[in-house]
Design a protein around this ligand. Sequence first.
Ligand SMILES: C[S@@+](CC[C@H](N)C(=O)[O-])C[C@H]1O[C@@H](n2cnc3c(N)ncnc32)[C@H](O)[C@@H]1O
Length: 223
Amino acid sequence: MNASQHHAMDTLAGHYLLEVPRDELTTSVRRGCHLDLEQAFGRRAPLAIEIGSGVGDSLTAMSVVRPEFNVLAFEVYAPAIASTMGKLDRAGARNVRLISADGAEGLRELIAPGTLAELWTFFPDPWPKKRHHKRRLVQPEFAALVASRLVEGGAWRMATDWASYAEQMHRVCDGTPGLVNAYADHPGGWAPRPDRPVTRFERRGLDAGRTVRDLVYRRAASR
Ligand SMILES: C[S@@+](CC[C@H](N)C(=O)[O-])C[C@H]1O[C@@H](n2cnc3c(N)ncnc32)[C@H](O)[C@@H]1O
């Protein structure tokens, strides 16, 4: 971490960073552990989660205009967490907490079924080589977990600049019981761009001539 990231860790972690019990890996979330979200946020409010918040540009912009939400972000890369805390602080976004851990494990262990209002996964690692596609976050097992955690009508917002990953997101979500494409009647089933800013990763994709796709799936009403 650089000096400003160290400074952010020293001064801001007390407000923003949540510690969780771990298994062996430092980015793991211990099986069966519990987190009191009401206590962590100091209030009860609808919960939004971002997985893979990177340096926090979308997280900051989207949280500051949603003060009515508790926003929880998972990011595995510690220097990015530190940069994010600095941005949140400068923007005055107090409704956010960060966990330095694998978001899929966090979702599974820390979030009760049927309690999540929104999930954001923007530009998850694309793993562009075919033999690495199995490492992608959006897989049938993960989508089933998301469907189980969302409240009825809750939204899973995704974005990617990799065509094959965008197709995979559609395929996986369309095949997941309980998830419905909120924009099925739009061309290609793609969603309009939400209020996320253009991040470094999106800019890189655009500069390389790739098309950015947004998707929104909602938890269907009947379980
Ligand atoms: C390509 S970057 C995109 C960052 C950000 N969402 C954006 O749009 O700029 C993907 C980020 O997800 C993080 N990441 C990947 N897998 C993760 C996981 N399972 N849990 C939490 N973070 C993860 C990476 O460390 C990286 O910062």
